[in-house]
Design a protein around this ligand. Structure first.
Ligand code: ADP
Ligand code: MG
Length: 275
């Protein structure tokens, strides 16, 4: 089924612009359409393989995972696996630092007596070519040039900002969920399996396990960005002190929701990062 997301209300009532291709599962199986080859990654929730589309040999990442939570795409009648929903909403983002979902397949659905449903799904995801995780990249590059550190930091923060603009909190931004591609040096934020909708009143949402308040989302994102920036800074001694002092001031204890010192937008507004 194909459906437009034009001007339909988002989870918090705002409308989401532009349209998207297929939202529901593709018919048939992944093997009919793709040659699935070697494993390229393994995380806590699934295995990722490289696959080639049979029609044109284009390379994709094939992620096989079990999904325990369903969620909604604004304007689409059925609930779908949460990671699929997150990536479907983000597919509309103009940000080029978010990995894109191509299509997905439902393999099987198991219903348990307690009402839980676990769906085994296969997601076909953009493969950006020669790449490694940020963790691997930093291991390979103990001494980063200041210009490259700036590029990485700016793009990672922009990726996080793009998620928030679509009312999504990635929730799991770390060095294994960021791919680094070069040349030219650029990043892709991956793995939306822990993503949550940003919703103003989480307790009164029909699916509270799929939402997070704007304050908690901002805090979670900020703290994860601080950790990553400090990690990158360990590999580059020439980042301006003023910028690193600002970054240190952005961290706040997870459970003190009210005390958000700074926002993601403010990081990008720092003189060192401003375009
Ligand atoms: N689109 C992709 N292109 C290339 N490699 C990928 C892609 N998606 C995932 N990977 C690799 O697979 C690993 C696990 O993928 P991820 O989506 O993070 O799974 P999990 O949810 O299990 O953590 C990543 O750390 C990365 O090495
Ligand atoms: Mg991961």
């Amino acid at each position: 089924m194909e459906q437009s997301m034009s001007n339909v209300p988002g989870p918090s009532g705002r409308s989401s612009p532009s349209s998207t291709p297929r939202i529901g599962p593709s018919p048939g199986s992944v093997e009919e359409k793709y040659d699935v080859r070697e494993k390229i990654g393994e995380g806590s929730f699934g295995d990722v393989y490289v696959g080639y589309r049979k029609s044109d040999r284009k390379r994709f990442a094939i992620k096989m995972t079990d999904s325990r939570y369903d969620s909604d795409v604004p304007g689409y009648p059925e609930e779908l696996p949460k990671e699929v929903v997150m990536m479907t909403i983000l597919r509309d983002s103009p940000c080029r630092f978010l990995i894109k979902l191509q299509e997905w397949f439902l393999v099987k659905e198991e219903k348990f007596p307690d009402g839980r449903t676990i769906k085994s799904i296969v997601m076909v995801i953009e493969h950006p070519g020669l790449c490694r995780t940020l963790a691997e990249f930093l291991k390979e590059h103990p001494h980063l040039e200041r210009r490259d550190a700036r590029t990485l930091i700016q793009q990672i923060v922009k990726a996080a900002q793009a998620c928030t603009r679509k009312e999504i909190c990635h929730f799991d931004i770390h060095d294994h969920n960021i791919l680094v591609i070069s040349p030219p040096l650029h990043i892709k934020l991956i793995d939306f399996g822990c993503g949550l909708h940003i919703f103003h009143d989480p307790e009164n949402h029909p699916r509270p396990d799929t939402v997070i308040s704007p304050e908690r989302a901002e805090k979670r994102t900020m703290n994860q960005l601080v950790t990553i920036v400090q990690d990158i800074a360990r590999h580059c001694s020439s980042i301006p002190t003023g910028f690193m002092e600002f970054i240190a001031a952005c961290w706040s204890p997870q459970y003190v929701v009210e005390e958000i010192q700074h926002t993601v937008d403010e990081i990008l507004d720092q003189p060192w990062l401003r375009n």
